[in-house]
Design a protein around this ligand. Structure first.
Ligand SMILES: [Zn+2]
Length: 195
């Protein structure tokens, strides 16, 4: 599995597997965050999920996906899996990924994007208030896992693939832009503590 193959496949999973779930989730008043778990060997999707905080404020996209993963009757070991998340995980989800035994996660949007483009500043605020960390201050490579930005994989791709991946990235971004407007317009109606 090359980094380029991986970037292309992760974007495809966001578009085809995660976004349809998130479009339904946001229509129900939930945030835009989603995730998927893939098999390292063939990059097939084991499960995809999306945020369901209107049901439970702990059901972030990643946690809700993990919850459903652990309900599967027959599941692979997490060491053999890739964890894909649409947005760089918050401290809750980062810990859940750690406790579940994954050695990686890949994210599409950064914490700064969540704050600046999605009006969701809570990830960075918790890192600062609880852990005293500035943006980018946590250890992206540590004894448990390595965190990868999909944007870095795209930038490392050879031409003309890089341009094609950038087009795909922008197409995905447009769908998230619309979803974010939809969530923000209606979030005054929900009782999610950190909305
Ligand atoms: Zn989270």
């Amino acid at each position: 599995m090359t980094a380029t193959t991986l970037a292309s496949r992760l974007l495809e999973v966001i578009e085809s597997d995660i976004l349809p779930l998130t479009e339904r989730g946001v229509a129900g008043g939930n945030k835009v965050f989603g995730a998927a778990i893939l098999d390292k060997s063939d990059l097939s999707v084991v499960i995809a999920g999306t945020n369901d905080e209107t049901d439970n404020p702990l059901w972030h996209g990643e946690i809700n996906t993990l919850r459903q993963f652990y309900e599967l009757p027959d599941r692979p070991t997490t060491q053999d899996l890739v964890f894909l998340t649409t947005h760089e995980p918050c401290t809750l989800c980062m810990s859940a990924i750690t406790w579940a035994g994954f050695d990686n996660y890949y994210y599409f949007y950064s914490h700064e994007d969540s704050r600046d483009s999605f009006a969701i500043p809570h990830d960075l605020k918790i890192l600062k208030e609880v852990f005293g960390l500035d943006p980018g201050g946590y250890r992206r490579t540590n004894a448990f896992w390595t965190a990868y930005a999909i944007g870095d994989l795209i930038e490392g791709a050879p031409e003309p693939l890089r341009v094609r991946l950038l087009e795909q990235r922008d197409r995905i971004r447009r769908r998230y832009d619309a979803l974010s407007v939809q969530y923000q317009d209606r979030k005054g109606d929900n009782d999610i503590p950190l909305n």
